[in-house]
Design a protein around this ligand. Structure first.
Ligand code: ADP
Ligand code: MG
Length: 288
């Protein structure tokens, strides 16, 4: 069953001078309940903007986004509160997403308190949330500055999960971390998805990472979707020339040699998408 439906969404950002610039071009796809939908594309292709629209951090100008059958731009106050609880974000930079003046205990309870969720014994609840993300309960009295990058990201994940969301947008959740802990945090994110049957939009720049975690993958270029397919299908049978180039620039690597640089592809301009060709049930390719 589909959890989210995105139909022909356009997003414009105002400019300091001149007319607004279009960032997303007629973006359409669905997110199925319980799936991990990956998003790849080079820097500036609109991945983060897309994540911000789905979490209602940013608004869009044309088209529609439905969550559980309801348009997200006309929610009542109560529905909006519910939406904000059910849809959570794991941020790229755990430094700027954790309040430096709050102890881990209070950070984890931030959302729970904000939404007025009853958790019973707060200490026991925090302990459970910490253990779930692989941290011992002694972390509860620490401030973010006393944590490593990986530990901060684990706290960020614990905070997001504390309100029992159904859908999470993870925007490059491991790319700010030390290479040595990237795999651990990625495995944690995947394990929690399976255990809790969560739905993810997983934005990444490392194709191997996105392939590892995703059921399906969206390939973005310049604010348009060029190709959507099941992960293995996309890798074994990429249809769009851009996807092929992305893959050529990102050979399968041993995790310990993995590049942390953003994928950058030397490519021709593919221009606007005219239509889409349906290759199979789950494989869609842009036609220019
Ligand atoms: P990605 O995450 O794929 O790197 P982004 O969604 O961050 O791409 O950015 C897509 C484009 O939108 C970029 O050209 C970026 O400069 C522009 N952009 C992002 N945020 C804003 C903003 N708040 N105001 C104006 N332009 C923005
Ligand atoms: Mg981004």
């Amino acid at each position: 069953m589909s959890l989210m439906t995105i139909e022909q969404v356009d997003k414009f950002y105002p400019q300091k001078v001149g007319s607004p610039v279009q960032i997303l071009h007629s973006v359409s796809f669905t997110i199925n309940e319980g799936e991990v939908l990956g998003v790849v594309g080079e820097s500036g292709s609109g991945k983060s903007t897309l994540g911000k629209l789905l979490t209602k951090i940013e608004s869009y100008q044309h088209g529609s986004i439905h969550f559980k059958g309801q348009p997200i731009d006309t929610l009542s106050k109560k529905e909006l509160k519910n939406f904000r609880r059910q849809v959570q974000m794991i941020f790229q930079d755990p430094d700027s997403s954790l309040n430096p003046r709050m102890k881990v205990h209070d950070i984890i309870l931030e959302g729970v308190r904000g939404f007025g969720i009853q958790v019973g014994d707060e200490d026991a609840f925090v302990q459970e949330r910490l253990n779930e993300v692989g941290l011992s309960s002694q972390f509860k009295d620490r401030y973010p500055s006393e944590l490593s990058g990986g530990q901060k990201q684990r706290v960020g994940i614990a905070r997001a999960l504390a309100v029992e969301p159904e859908f999470l947008v993870a925007d490059e959740p491991i790319s700010a971390l030390d290479v040595s802990v990237q795999a651990q945090v990625l495995n944690l994110i995947r394990k929690l998805q399976r255990e809790k049957a969560l739905t993810y939009l997983f934005i990444g720049h490392d194709l191997n990472v996105v392939r590892y975690i995703s059921d399906r993958i969206i390939v973005m270029y310049n604010g348009s979707i060029l190709e959507i397919a099941e992960s293995e299908e996309l890798f074994s049978n990429p249809k769009h020339p851009y996807t092929k180039r992305l893959m050529d620039s990102s050979p399968v690597q041993h995790p310990k040699d993995r590049r942390v640089n953003e994928v950058s592809v030397d490519r021709p301009d593919y221009g606007a998408v005219k239509s889409y060709q349906q290759i199979s049930d789950s494989h869609l390719v842009a036609v220019h």
